[in-house]
Every structure is written in structure tokens, then in C-alpha cells.
Design a protein around this ligand. Structure first.
Ligand SMILES: [Zn+2]
Length: 511
């Protein structure tokens, strides 16, 4: 490989560069994915990168032997590979134009094509990747939270269901004109529903990292990171203290196959027939022509990704609504990205066609992508919230029938995002984002001591105090907002989240 098959001999540096080029180009798509807004480096990214690089390297070697010679092979493969992974029309045009120009002008130096493409890939992908790696290394300095002390355990099955983005009943009614069917239905079924339920944080990663460690992020990360990296939160989720504590008390852990890669809790078992499909795989599909090909045969945008999302949501609810009672004490953790966008179901469970390609963003990110489409956040959210509510009640009926002693917690991490501005520390209507559903079913326990302004950390305290005789307190917790790019700059908004007495003057106009 030190010389091309037909051209002049290469210098040692160029030889090294050309030999490395296939691996660099092979890893390009994965490197690009590290620019996904809230992505954090995870093992599957590194595996994907290695697999992709190895695949292209092997392909170049094999084709070089049987085909037209190494230079042409490398050139053609580089173009094909970049074309496949660059399925944005603009990138495609640039790749093809540059490749054509090189092919015509630099026939003796075709190896420069992959070297050039590799350099572009590195230029795009390495800074964010290096940033995440650096953040991960920095993180090692932080000690992990220690396991909680437990008293006498009374293991009972715990069903912990997080409905991502499900707002509080008064806000659903006043901001989204959505009947609070879920809160009302849960009360009918004996749940305590916090009338003034509040989020601990405005973002999923912060909310889950704190709830699974039964402490505020400010206590868990001291000093707080100065960057916007979510890597420290991934580490807190992965090494959380609730799960080892429960395991030490004889519990096993079961989860659904979560769509948010941050929330891999390393369970003992996962109930899902579908392969893993997180924001990472969604982003990967969008780089290829697969999404575009799917759209040729469908009446919506991003049909492939949206269909997968529907299948995931449906499968999770279907499973829970018929799940067998566990044979040993089990902590069942389920995270469902609903009613969070994309809004893919109407209230009756019929598919709600998407008008833009798959996009998980909420709040101002959602609005920016839906400009000029005529789509209504309020309407989409309302339909999705109603569907989520009906399906959740189905699950509750089944769980209460099969396991009447089981503890059920149903809460959200944060509320809706219609008025959410990700870039502003001052939210126009912060109650929309920060008032949440928080409901507990604790058979046999006196609920009069439960706080009406319960947050998810508070719910975890209540449950652990109940089943493990822990002593985690029950005092008030603050609710803090933070922006997308300053996730650790916390602004206390607790006083703005009182239940809305009257909905007059707040009812939005729904098209
Ligand atoms: Zn969320």
C-alpha cells in the first residue's frame, strides 16, 4: 500500500495519510453525530466508530486486490461512502462536485481525495468529540455518590413510570385546553396526585440524574461544570445510587428499551422485541438516503423515523398493559418520551402525520423547525397528552388488578414546551415548563403527610422511606430553570409555580 497502483511513488507522510484515510472516512458519520445537540459520548458511539472505520478499511483492501487498483478503489469508495452519509442535498452537491473536480484535475494524485475527505471529517467531528472526552476525563475527579443507608426493607414491587413532558392538570387545561383525564383517572384509582406538582429541573438529563440519586445536581456535582456538557449527568445516571441501594435490598431491575441514550440504567432485563433505537440511531438514519427513500412511499415527512417512534411507544404501553406480575421484588423503570415531541399520535391512537423530518427538539427548538408549516404545538401536545393519558390508565388498571400491593409512581420530568425559550433565562410563562404531573399509589400508607408541591426527587424519597425505611427527609425542594447552553446555571422559579386558581384569561386560542 505504500505506492499507488499506477502513479508516481508517494512520500512517507502522504503514504501514511493515504493508508489512514479509509479509517478516517469510515468514522466520519460517527464523528458528525457527535455534533448532535445534547449527545454525550457513549460506548455505542465508540463501537460504531470502530466498526465503521474497520468496515471501510477492509472494503478498500479487498477491492484493491480484485478491482481496478488501490487508488481508484479508494477514491470511488470514499465518494460512495461520503455520498451515502451526506444525504443533505447541499453536502451531496459539494462532495460530488469536489470529487469530480479532483478526478478530472488530479488524476495522478487521486489519493488526495480520501485524504481531503478525511481531513474534513476530522475538522467537523474532532473538536466536539475531544470536548466530550475531556469532560469525561475531568469527571473522574468527582467522587460518585455513595449508596444510601437502608433500614428494615419491606420489598414490594415498584413500578416507576416517567411520562416525559407531561404537564400538571391546571396547566394542561389552561394552556393546552386538554382535559386532565390522567390526573382525574389516577385520583379515582386511589392515587395521591400532587395538586402543585413541580419539576426539579427543566431538562430531562438534569431531572433524571437528580431523581435517581435522590439529591439535587448542585450537591452531586461540586463544583458545577462550567461547560454545557451533559457527560457528568450521564455518569450520575449510570452510577446512580437508587439502583444499587434497591439491589442491596433484594430487588431486581427491569426497564423498557429507553429511547434516550442517557437513561441506560444497566437493568437486569429489558422488555422489548425492538432493537435499540435512541436519538443517536435516529440521527444516523437522517444522514443516509434511507429516510428519503422511506418518504417516497409515505404521506408524511421522516416516515421511517416516525414509524419507529410509534412502534416504540405502542410496544411499551402494550407490554405494560399485559405484563406478568414479577416473581421477585422488582423495580420496573419505564421512561416514555410522550407527550414530548414529535407528536405522532392523535388522542384516539391514530397516527398523526409529521410535517417535518424527525426532530426531538422541544420549546423554541420545535418552533424554529416548524416555522411556516402551520403546525400547532398546542394542538399536537394536547392530542399526544390525551393519548398518553388513556394508555397510562389502561396500564394502571392492569397493574392494580395483577399486583394490588405494588407501588406505582407516575410523574413527568418537566412540563410542555409551547412557551419555552431555550435561550432565555427569563421565561415568559415558566409554569408551562415547570409544573408537572406527579402521582403516587402507595397501598396501605397514610397519604396525608405527602406534600402537594412534590417534585420527582421528593417522590423517590417518599418511596424509599416507605419500602426501605430510609430516612431521606420530606422537606420542600426548589424548582430551578436553566437554558439549553447553560444547563448548570440554575434559576430558582419555585415561587412562580403555584396552582392556577382560575383558568380565565389563560385559555389559548386553538386553531
Ligand atoms: Zn424530558
Amino acid at each position: 500500500m505504500s505506492e499507488g497502483s499506477g502513479g508516481r511513488p508517494l512520500g512517507p507522510w502522504l503514504t501514511a495519510a493515504t493508508n489512514l484515510a479509509p479509517a478516517v472516512i469510515g468514522s466520519a458519520p460517527i464523528l458528525w453525530l457527535s455534533t448532535v445537540p445534547d449527545a454525550t459520548l457513549a460506548p455505542q458511539h465508540v463501537l460504531g466508530l470502530a466498526a465503521s472505520a474497520a468496515l471501510l478499511t477492509i472494503a478498500v483492501q479487498l477491492l484493491g486486490v480484485v478491482c481496478v487498483g488501490w487508488r481508484w478503489t479508494c477514491f470511488l469508495l470514499a465518494v460512495a461512502w461520503l455520498t451515502f452519509w451526506s444525504f443533505h442535498p447541499l453536502v451531496l452537491v459539494v462532495v460530488l462536485a469536489l470529487s469530480g473536480w479532483f478526478a478530472l484535475r488530479a488524476r495522478e494524485n487521486l489519493e488526495l481525495i480520501p485524504v481531503f475527505a478525511g481531513a474534513v471529517a476530522l475538522w467537523i467531528g474532532v473538536p466536539p468529540l475531544a470536548h466530550e472526552l475531556w469532560a469525561a476525563l475531568e469527571e473522574v475527579k468527582h467522587p460518585l455518590p455513595s449508596i444510601l443507608e437502608v433500614g428494615e426493607a419491606e420489598p414490594r414491587n415498584i413500578y416507576w413510570i416517567v411520562l416525559d413532558g407531561y404537564g400538571r392538570e391546571d396547566v394542561l387545561l389552561s394552556r393546552y385546553k386538554a382535559e386532565p383525564v390522567l390526573a382525574a383517572g389516577l385520583r379515582e384509582r386511589g392515587f395521591f396526585v400532587a395538586a402543585g406538582g413541580r419539576a426539579d429541573y427543566a431538562q430531562t438529563a438534569l431531572a433524571m440524574a437528580s431523581m435517581l440519586n435522590v439529591a439535587r445536581v448542585e450537591e452531586l456535582l461540586d463544583p458545577l461544570p462550567a461547560t454545557a456538557s451533559r457527560q457528568p449527568l450521564r455518569r450520575l445516571v449510570r452510577n446512580n445510587r437508587v439502583i444499587p441501594t434497591l439491589r442491596s435490598a433484594g430487588y431486581r431491575v427491569e426497564t423498557n428499551r429507553v429511547e434516550y441514550s442517557m437513561l441506560n440504567l444497566l437493568p437486569d432485563s429489558t422488555h422489548s422485541a425492538l432493537p435499540r433505537f435512541t436519538e443517536f440511531e435516529h440521527a444516523m438514519i437522517r444522514l443516509t438516503p434511507l429516510e428519503w427513500l422511506g418518504d417516497l412511499f409515505a404521506s408524511e415527512s421522516g416516515a421511517l423515523s416516525h414509524s419507529l417512534r410509534r412502534a416504540y411507544l405502542k410496544q411499551t404501553f402494550d407490554y405494560l398493559a399485559a405484563a406478568p406480575k414479577p416473581t421477585q421484588p422488582t423495580f420496573t423503570f419505564v421512561h416514555i418520551i410522550s407527550p414530548h415531541p414529535p407528536f405522532v399520535f392523535n388522542r384516539d391512537g391514530t397516527p398523526r402525520p409529521a410535517v417535518i423530518p424527525y426532530m426531538k427538539g422541544d420549546g423554541s427548538h420545535w418552533h424554529a423547525h416548524h416555522e411556516h408549516t402551520g403546525a400547532s404545538y398546542i394542538e399536537g401536545y394536547r392530542e399526544m397528552a390525551l393519548w398518553t393519558g388513556y394508555r397510562t390508565l389502561e396500564v394502571v388498571d392492569h397493574l392494580q388488578n395483577t399486583d394490588p400491593e405494588g407501588i406505582i409512581v407516575i410523574h413527568s420530568d418537566h412540563g410542555g414546551g409551547h412557551s419555552l425559550d431555550w435561550d432565555s433565562r427569563h421565561q415568559p410563562d415558566v409554569i408551562d415548563r415547570m409544573a408537572i404531573l406527579n402521582a403516587l399509589f402507595l397501598p396501605g400508607q397514610d397519604e396525608s403527610a405527602l406534600r402537594d408541591d412534590l417534585t420527582p426527587i421528593g417522590s423517590m424519597r417518599v418511596v424509599l422511606n416507605h419500602v426501605l425505611s430510609s430516612n431521606l427527609g420530606s422537606g420542600p425542594l426548589p424548582s430551578t430553570f436553566s437554558t439549553w447552553f447553560e444547563p448548570y446555571h440554575f434559576i430558582d422559579v419555585t415561587s412562580q409555580l403555584q396552582p392556577i386558581e382560575s383558568t380565565e384569561g389563560h385559555v389559548p386560542t386553538v386553531p
